[in-house]
Write a protein that binds this ligand. Structure first.
Ligand SMILES: CC(C)(COP(=O)(O)OP(=O)(O)OC[C@H]1O[C@@H](n2cnc3c(N)ncnc32)[C@H](O)[C@@H]1OP(=O)(O)O)[C@@H](O)C(=O)NCCC(=O)NCCS
Length: 173
């Protein structure tokens, strides 16, 4: 069973390393620009940590091997980033982190999870679809989500390949 706990200040540099290593997956499919994308700064990660919107999955020695960052966007729980260190990939840690966020969001009274991702990358769109997410049509995107996607485009993420996805929150507690 995946052990998940809130992020602590001393986890932040480890989270940066996980993000860097997880991003390398994109290099294997010719998306070096994504792998080379700067990782979130310690200041940004600290904001999520202080707001209690960041969780880590840890190994037997309590060392983070994966993390998830969340923000409230248009009244929904928006998964800003979920990354698993490649040494620990494909063991359902990503799925468990998302389910953890869902339990948190249910406790907050939020109705759904959202995220933005690459439509055609195997561990992005198709993966989230298997986890029960569906594509959120442009007209169903709230104002803040639309802004976030415009910001992504300004940072070089090709909007042609980006989608927003949503999963309603069921009572899985
Ligand atoms: C997406 C991610 C968080 C999934 O974490 P995970 O713990 O490996 O995921 P799970 O074990 O729950 O599910 C694994 C599934 O992801 C997909 N997947 C993961 N790695 C893959 C790869 N290298 N090639 C193809 N599919 C892959 C497969 O569907 C896989 O299922 P399978 O193992 O039964 O084939 C992880 O791959 C990651 O950190 N990727 C890089 C960062 C990223 O893209 N984050 C999401 C941004 S929106």
């Amino acid at each position: 069973m995946t052990k998940i706990r809130p992020t602590r200040p001393d986890d932040l540099a480890v989270i940066q390393r996980i993000e860097l290593a997880a991003g390398e997956l994109f290099r294997t499919i010719g998306m070096a620009d994504i792998a080379d994308h700067p990782v979130p700064t310690i200041d940004v990660l600290a904001e999520y940590q202080r707001a209690a919107l960041s969780w880590v999955a840890v190994d037997h020695a309590d060392r983070p091997v994966a993390f998830v960052l969340v923000q409230r966007v248009d009244g929904r729980a928006h998964i800003e980033q979920v990354s698993v260190h490649p040494d620990h990939a494909r063991r359902r840690i990503g799925r468990d982190l998302i389910d953890h966020v869902e339990r948190w969001a249910a406790g907050q009274g939020l109705p759904a999870l959202t995220l933005t991702t690459f439509r055609d990358v195997q561990w992005n769109g198709p993966y989230y679809e298997r986890l029960g997410f569906t594509v959120l049509a442009g007209s169903d995107r709230g104002p803040r989500l639309r802004t976030l996607m415009s910001e992504e485009a300004a940072h070089g993420l090709d909007p042609e390949h980006r989608i927003a996805m949503i999963r309603a929150i069921h009572d899985r507690q």
